[in-house]
Design a protein around this ligand. Structure first.
Ligand code: ADP
Ligand code: MG
Length: 331
């Protein structure tokens, strides 16, 4: 999962007032799913607010236990080491998650492909980085791709057709945020999970003011948008990329070539579904601004690229993003 916060919540919910008990913002900061998380709710009483956040936290912890590949005991880790050719049963929630994963993999033409665990391991993307020798690279590529996992939707089984492994980096956080939404109902809330922000419940008209980070300096806000519902996910390189022997290795890979993606800016995607926003920001990063904007436009997807150019930043925005967030003013 992501390690750095790409998006910062800069302003509390607009009905929240620092003075009165009504609308006071209750927040919690935790470290979870390999990243920092901030949870907030403008519940009128502190007790109710804390109970809301405890529910959200519980959902996140359960999602981590099920999805995290850092945990040997997680369902995904069990799938990743399940014998080749033997069907593995997914529970009903995970089965729905996989349906979404398959859907966005197909829609993105394979730019989003979480079955690249072996590829990421060969390049040591979650460690110090490495340039694999051609035979190791070929072996990792041959063991990568969702095509190597047969998914039977009716039986909810997955069957590994080779030594393939799922990496949840590009969809786990989004899925966890969707599970919070399902658990909280109408209570207004905001969760920033390592840079992906979801908000939900019946909230204030104006929504939550959130910052999209500068593409080269993730700790600096570049522009602000008002988030009323759904989820805003950002994929970017900057300090998460690794340099080995002078070669920059992006933590995002192009599954179509088996090589690190070459785009050096960031892309943010808004979607009603957290999983979709998460998966699509990664897919659009892989595609890069030219192919990605065409793709987003043709499907009505709300996306914004921040492209470092000649010492400044160029914004490339899809019509759906502009319609949703209005005038965009970068720093
Ligand atoms: P972040 O983790 O910073 O929020 P992303 O949501 O874009 O960034 O997810 C990137 C992570 O997803 C990588 O660190 C890796 O674990 C995994 N990944 C890399 N490339 C792909 C890809 N093309 N499709 C699916 N998962 C990927
Ligand atoms: Mg993502």
């Amino acid at each position: 999962m992501g390690r750095l916060t790409a998006l910062l919540v800069v302003v509390a919910c607009c009905t929240a007032s620092a003075d009165g008990p009504r609308g006071e913002l209750v927040t919690r900061d935790v470290y979870l799913m390999g990243t920092r998380a901030r949870l907030a709710t403008p519940d009128p009483t502190r007790e109710r607010g804390l109970a809301t956040l405890a529910t959200a936290l519980d959902v996140l912890e359960r999602a981590e236990r099920e999805l995290s590949t850092w945990r040997e005991s997680s369902a995904i880790s069990a799938l990743n080491r399940h014998p080749v050719g033997v069907p593995w049963h997914a529970g009903p929630t995970l089965c729905r998650t996989f349906e979404e994963v398959w859907r966005w993999h197909a829609a993105s033409g394979g730019a989003f492909d979480p079955a690249i665990g072996r590829l990421l391991a060969a390049w040591d993307v979650h460690g110090d980085g490495a340039i694999p020798a051609p035979p190791a690279r070929a072996r990792a590529s041959a063991a990568s791709g969702l095509a190597l996992l047969a998914f039977d939707r009716t039986k909810c089984t997955l069957t590994r057709q080779g030594d393939v492994a799922i990496d949840v980096g590009a969809f786990g956080k989004g899925e966890a945020l969707d599970r919070i939404e399902a658990a909280l109902g109408n209570v207004p809330w905001m969760v920033d999970l390592g840079g992906q922000i979801s908000v939900g419940g019946v909230g204030p008209q104006e929504g939550w003011t959130v910052a999209i980070a500068h593409p080269c300096r993730r700790d600096q806000p570049y522009l602000h948008v008002q988030l009323r519902d759904g989820s805003l996910a950002t994929s970017g390189g900057s300090e998460r990329d690794i340099t080995v022997d002078g070669i920059r290795i992006s933590h995002i890979f192009d599954p179509r070539t088996g090589r690190p993606a070459s785009f050096d800016g960031s892309v943010s995607v808004w979607h009603r579904s957290g999983l979709a926003a998460d998966a699509l920001s990664t897919a659009l990063f892989v595609m890069g601004p030219e192919e990605g904007l065409r793709w987003a436009e043709s499907r009505g997807i709300a996306a914004i690229y921040l492209i470092p150019e000649h010492g400044t930043v160029r914004m490339a925005v899809s019509p759906a993003f502009r319609n949703r967030f209005g005038r965009l003013q970068g720093n």
